[in-house]
Design a protein around this ligand. Structure first.
Ligand code: C5P
Length: 224
């Protein structure tokens, strides 16, 4: 069967990764969480005190960063590795969420990540979620979805996810973080978050995960 690229972009915490994972599993495709890559770069930059305003610092650091994903049968999920170390839990913490959008603005960071993502998806048969997949990484993706949801709903869902990971975070702090990230992500000069002209809009405010997956699978069916 023909293999395609499915691009899921949109605002923070509107169910992109949960939907993408299920769609990938149904199709037997690879799932690539591009947000995890920007989060891993942020972790490295913080650990190594990389100055975002110093281009040499940034390019030297990027040369030393190797990001990979490995399946963990125990958790039954793909986990993120930074230079051989499992950083899956660390990169989901609030201190990373609070810095990641500033790091993602830096053009050299974006160029390095986009190049790696294009390599990962060059054989197609991938579901990729992020902010610029349908506009910059795979503008020729066969299926493009732009996901959004009401910010209060997103904040509550994110709080629940963090709670499962035993992180107790105030709802307002989460809401402010989501709004700040959305603003930085959609106003940056380099590949800002925006809906591609040919992307289907999916508002998940009142939808279950199954309904979201069904919406995407219907769009996919017409392309296979
Ligand atoms: O998807 P997630 O919320 O984990 O992404 C974290 C951050 O990484 C986003 O808020 C955004 O700043 C950045 N990002 C990006 N481009 C992508 C994916 C994520 O700039 N393709």
């Amino acid at each position: 069967m023909k293999k395609i690229v499915i691009a899921l972009d949109g605002h923070s915490s509107c169910g992109k990764s949960t939907t993408a994972k299920q769609v990938a599993a149904e199709l037997g495709y690879a799932y690539i969480d591009t947000g995890a890559m920007y989060r891993a770069v942020t972790l490295y930059f913080l650990d190594h005190h990389v100055a975002l305003t110093n281009p040499k610092d940034v390019s030297d650091a990027l040369k030393n960063i190797d990001i990979t994903f490995h399946y963990n049968p125990k958790t039954q999920r793909n986990e993120t590795y930074l230079n051989g170390l499992n950083v899956e839990d660390e990169i989901r913490k609030m201190y990373i969420s609070n810095q990641v959008s500033e790091v993602s603005v830096v053009p050299a960071v974006r160029h390095a990540m986009v190049a790696q993502q294009q390599k990962m998806g060059k054989r197609r048969g991938v579901v990729m979620d992020g902010r610029d997949i349908g506009t910059a990484v795979f503008p020729d993706a066969e299926v493009k979805i732009f996901m959004t949801a009401d910010v209060d709903t997103r904040a509550r869902r994110r709080q629940q996810e963090l709670l499962v990971k035993k992180q107790l975070v105030n709802l307002n702090e989460i809401k402010e973080n989501l709004q700040k990230r959305d603003l930085i992500d959609s106003t940056r000069a380099e590949s800002p978050l925006r809906r591609a002209d040919d992307a289907h809009l999916l508002d998940t405010s009142h939808m279950t995960i199954d309904e979201q997956v069904e919406f995407v699978m219907n769009k996919v069916a017409s392309k296979l």
